[in-house]
Write a protein that binds this ligand. Structure first.
Ligand code: HEC
Ligand code: HEC
Ligand code: HEC
Ligand code: HEC
Ligand code: HEC
Ligand code: HEC
Ligand code: HEC
Ligand code: HEC
Ligand code: HEC
Length: 352
């Protein structure tokens, strides 16, 4: 009888990959659990091994999500590891990265392994993980280098470098797997949603403002401004937080590089208000100030309200304290009211 072939050990030749996997989250903690964990050929195939640049390879970028989904999108995996996010593959497949790989054939877009690594995958909580919040700018920055550089020199990026956990990282704003083009109406970064869904959870928070000595009225003053009102009604041409402050390059207004530094305001506002360019005297933005016309309208309505309500009260008081029976209006057959004169209880009962 023929001997069964010896068990294949890929790592005898591919030592680096073997060592990387031993230290990764994909190394089974016990022999009993091993069936849940991948081995070399779970991802590379047994007899169809090709370099990942080859379209026939299991690890060709557009094919990688299928490799990972064998487990990460399977019911057996969900049952065994309930703590791991259940919807990763589905979310990823809606993303701009996945669509670029599968639909437009842009092979430079991120596949699972571009963010997580292939053999050295670690959970995000591990400080060495490529998706740990402190390493993310570098991970996304492999492909979005300019954005990453800008972010790292912004106030939020500087805070991150100092080890701060309250500051937004790439995935706070863009999401982890369901990353969309910000112009997509579904994206939380769509122009009309930025203020409420992205900036306000932090900049409207009392806890955060106490901790950092920030003012909490920034969001409210914006929401009540022309820009805020127009944006709330769906305008994509009025300014949102990010059109004035920048997105990845946000800095305190005291910093000369900031888009809202005094010297840069004519250019920042000038994007949309060409005439402001010459006007060095741009008023404060984050105050609930009103234009002259709006102030006139406001006063007009104040007076209309005062006069209308005041008139109603006066009217009712007059009826309430109307001359007693015998005087003109109450007597039956009054020439002006006719015989069906309203009585106090039927006409003004509500007020009693
Ligand atoms: C006897 C040593 C040996 C064994 C065992 C072995 N390989 Fe290889 N493998 C090689 C060599 C040599 C190459 C060609 C490397 C090159 O072209 O740079 C290669 C290429 C590859 C490549 C493509 C790499 C590239 O850069 O093109 C993959 C993927 C791969 N092997 C995976 C595996 C897997 C999975 C196993 C186990 C099922 C395995 N190998 C077992 C020696 C081995
Ligand atoms: C969880 C899936 C997964 C497992 C398990 C896995 N690999 Fe890979 N491997 C990949 C992916 C994805 C790539 C392509 C991207 C890259 O180069 O990192 C890759 C790349 C490689 C390459 C480089 C050649 C190439 O195709 O670019 C070699 C060699 C390799 N793997 C060998 C192994 C060996 C040996 C094992 C077992 C110890 C193993 N892999 C386990 C996913 C895996
Ligand atoms: C054979 C099944 C299998 C395959 C294929 C597989 N994984 Fe895993 N993966 C696991 C198991 C099991 C765990 C460990 C879960 C745990 O301990 O909570 C895990 C954990 C992870 C984690 C860490 C989750 C956490 O706790 O934060 C990441 C990230 C991950 N895998 C990514 C990938 C990627 C990317 C691929 C494809 C390149 C892949 N996996 C392919 C089984 C698999
Ligand atoms: C654009 C980068 C990116 C891509 C592409 C990506 N991921 Fe992730 N993934 C992340 C980030 C960031 C996290 C969150 C890490 C953290 O903070 O725990 C994460 C988390 C995970 C986790 C752990 C979830 C948990 O609940 O702990 C798994 C498993 C995972 N990803 C698998 C995958 C798989 C499978 C694919 C491909 C279908 C994929 N990822 C594609 C960036 C990415
Ligand atoms: C392997 C390279 C790569 C990595 C890593 C990567 N991306 Fe991308 N990303 C791309 C490419 C290429 C596109 C353009 C896709 C297309 O053709 O529409 C893109 C598109 C985007 C877009 C949509 C904007 C646009 O121009 O279409 C956003 C937002 C984005 N990525 C954010 C991220 C974030 C956040 C991370 C890290 C968590 C990340 N990316 C990691 C390559 C990458
Ligand atoms: C505070 C929220 C926030 C953070 C943090 C953030 N972004 Fe963005 N990002 C946005 C917004 C808002 C837009 C849309 C800007 C626009 O409409 O022009 C955007 C646009 C993008 C785009 C597409 C447009 C372009 O300029 O190419 C990419 C790619 C991108 N971000 C990647 C990243 C990466 C990588 C990081 C981390 C280094 C990051 N972002 C951090 C909010 C953020
Ligand atoms: C996850 C929380 C978080 C999000 C989201 C966030 N920020 Fe911040 N932001 C902070 C923290 C924390 C500081 C640091 C305060 C300090 O140290 O002075 C800060 C500082 C700032 C500063 C400088 C304030 C100063 O007085 O120095 C500006 C301006 C700013 N953020 C604007 C924005 C805008 C605009 C957005 C939305 C696009 C945004 N932030 C989203 C947490 C956040
Ligand atoms: C029309 C442009 C514009 C819009 C829209 C805008 N800001 Fe500002 N913001 C400014 C200017 C100019 C300053 C500096 C002068 C001041 O304090 O009024 C500033 C100051 C700030 C500060 C104080 C820190 C500093 O740099 O002095 C924070 C925080 C802030 N804005 C957050 C926001 C948030 C959050 C939004 C959206 C809800 C927003 N801003 C919308 C122009 C704008
Ligand atoms: C992204 C374009 C954009 C930017 C940047 C912008 N605005 Fe506006 N602004 C608008 C639009 C659109 C309106 C009209 C809103 C409406 O329909 O009420 C408006 C309205 C105004 C108004 C109300 C009076 C009027 O002209 O209708 C003032 C005042 C104003 N902006 C000041 C500023 C200042 C100051 C800055 C810079 C700190 C600025 N804006 C930046 C688009 C912008």
């Amino acid at each position: 009888m023929e001997q069964p072939p010896p068990r294949v050990d890929c790592t005898s030749c591919h030592t680096d990959e073997g060592a990387a996997m031993e230290g990764s989250v994909h190394h089974p903690p016990s022999v009993a659990d091993a069936t849940y964990y991948p081995v070399c050929w779970t991802c590379h195939g047994k007899h169809s091994i090709f370099s990942s640049g080859d379209a026939r390879s299991h690890t060709y970028p557009p094919s990688v999500d299928r490799v990972c989904s064998q487990c990460h999108d399977s019911d057996a995996f969900r049952a065994k590891f309930p703590a791991v996010n259940k919807n990763i593959v589905a979310s990823y497949r809606h993303s701009t990265h996945s669509r670029a790989l599968h639909e437009t054939g842009n092979l430079d877009a991120a596949a699972c392994n571009d963010c997580h690594g292939s053999h050295d995958i670690l959970p995000g909580t591990h400080e060495k993980s490529s998706v740990n919040r402190f390493n993310l700018a570098g991970t996304c920055g492999q492909c979005h280098e300019q954005v990453s550089q800008e972010y790292l020199t912004s106030i939020h990026g500087e805070l991150l470098a100092a080890g701060n956990r309250d500051t937004p990282v790439c995935t706070y704003c863009h999401g982890e797997h369901y990353i969309l083009n910000p112009r997509d109406p579904e994206s939380p970064l769509e122009h009309t949603r930025v203020s409420r869904e992205i900036c306000s959870p932090c900049h409207n928070s009392v806890v955060m403002s106490r901790k950092y000595g920030l003012r909490t009225d920034r969001v409210a003053t914006y929401e009540d401004s022309y820009h805020g009102l127009a944006t709330r009604f769906g305008s994509t041409s009025a300014a949102n937080c990010a059109t004035c402050h920048g997105v990845h390059n946000i800095l305190p207004s005291s910093d000369p590089r900031s888009m809202v530094h005094k010297a840069n305001l004519p250019a920042t506002c000038g994007q949309c208000h060409p005439r402001i360019r010459q006007d060095a005297e741009i008023g404060p933005v984050h105050t609930a100030s009103l234009t002259q016309q709006a102030e006139l309208v406001r006063r007009f309505y104040m007076w209309v309200i005062v006069l209308t309500l005041g008139g109603m009260v006066a009217h009712n008081l007059l009826i309430h304290f109307r001359p007693s029976a015998g005087s003109c209006c109450a007597s039956a057959g009054c020439p002006r009211w006719g015989s069906s004169t309203p009585t106090r209880s039927s006409s003004i009962g509500f007020w009693r």
